[in-house]
Design a protein around this ligand. Structure first.
Ligand SMILES: [Fe+2]
Length: 197
C-alpha cells in the first residue's frame, strides 16, 4: 500500500482556512445535483484496475495541491511590493504559468486512467496539504519566504508521489510527477535565491 503524504501543518480540512463561515453545512441545492458519474470509466489502458483506482486517488490529492500552489503564486504576484517589485511580480507569474501546466498534466493523467479529475475549490480545500498562504504579506522578502515554503512542500509531495507511482507500477504517472518535480525544484531555486547571498 503506498504511503500517503502527511499534512505539513496542523490544519485539518475545512477548519483553519476561513473565518468560521466555511464550517457551515453546504447549501442544500448541492444535494440535488445530477448523480455522480462512475468513479472509474472503462478504458483499454491495460494498467490493472486496482492500481488505477489507487493511482487516481493519489493523483487527485496531488491535483489539489497543484491548484493550491497555483493560487498561491497568483496571490504573491498580485500583492508583492517593495524595491524588487517588478522582478518578483514577473517571477511569480512565470512560476504560476508552469504550475498551471502541472495542474493540467496531473488532471489529464487522472482522466487517461479512467478517473474523474477532481479540481474544484471544495476538493482543494479538503485535500491540499500545503500550508495556507498568509493573506497580509506585502514586502518581497515575506512573499519569497512564503512561496518558497509552498514550493518546497509541493516538491516533497511530488517526490513521495513518484515513490507511490513506482510502487503501483505506473511508470507513466511516475514520469509525469518526475517532470513536475524537476520543474518545481527549478522554481524553488529561482525564488529561494532571493534569500541567499
Ligand atoms: Fe498579472
Amino acid at each position: 500500500m503506498p504511503r500517503t503524504v502527511a499534512p505539513r501543518t496542523s490544519r485539518t480540512p475545512r477548519q483553519s482556512r476561513g473565518n468560521g463561515a466555511k464550517s457551515q453545512p453546504r447549501a442544500p441545492e448541492r444535494a440535488s445535483r445530477a448523480p455522480a458519474a462512475p468513479k472509474l470509466y472503462a478504458t483499454k489502458n491495460d494498467l490493472p484496475e486496482k492500481a488505477r483506482v489507487e493511482v487516481i486517488g493519489l493523483l487527485n490529492q496531488r491535483l489539489a495541491e497543484a491548484i493550491d500552489l497555483q493560487t498561491q503564486c497568483k496571490q504573491a504576484h498580485w500583492n508583492v511590493k517593495g524595491p524588487a517589485f517588478i522582478a518578483l511580480h514577473k517571477l511569480f507569474d512565470d512560476v504560476n504559468e508552469d504550475v498551471e501546466e502541472y495542474v493540467d498534466l496531473i488532471a489529464e493523467r487522472v482522466v487517461q486512467l479512467g478517473g474523474i479529475a477532481e479540481g474544484t475549490v471544495g476538493a482543494v480545500e479538503e485535500r491540499s496539504t500545503l500550508p495556507d498562504y498568509p493573506l497580509a504579506l506585502s514586502n518581497g522578502g515575506e512573499h519569497v519566504a512564503a512561496l518558497s515554503d509552498a514550493l518546497a512542500t509541493f516538491g516533497r509531495t511530488m517526490r513521495i508521489g513518484i515513490e507511490e507511482m513506482n510502487e503501483l507500477e505506473d511508470a507513466g504517472s511516475a514520469d509525469t510527477l518526475t517532470e513536475i518535480s524537476r520543474g518545481v525544484d527549478k522554481w524553488l531555486w529561482f525564488v529561494e535565491a532571493h534569500q541567499q547571498s
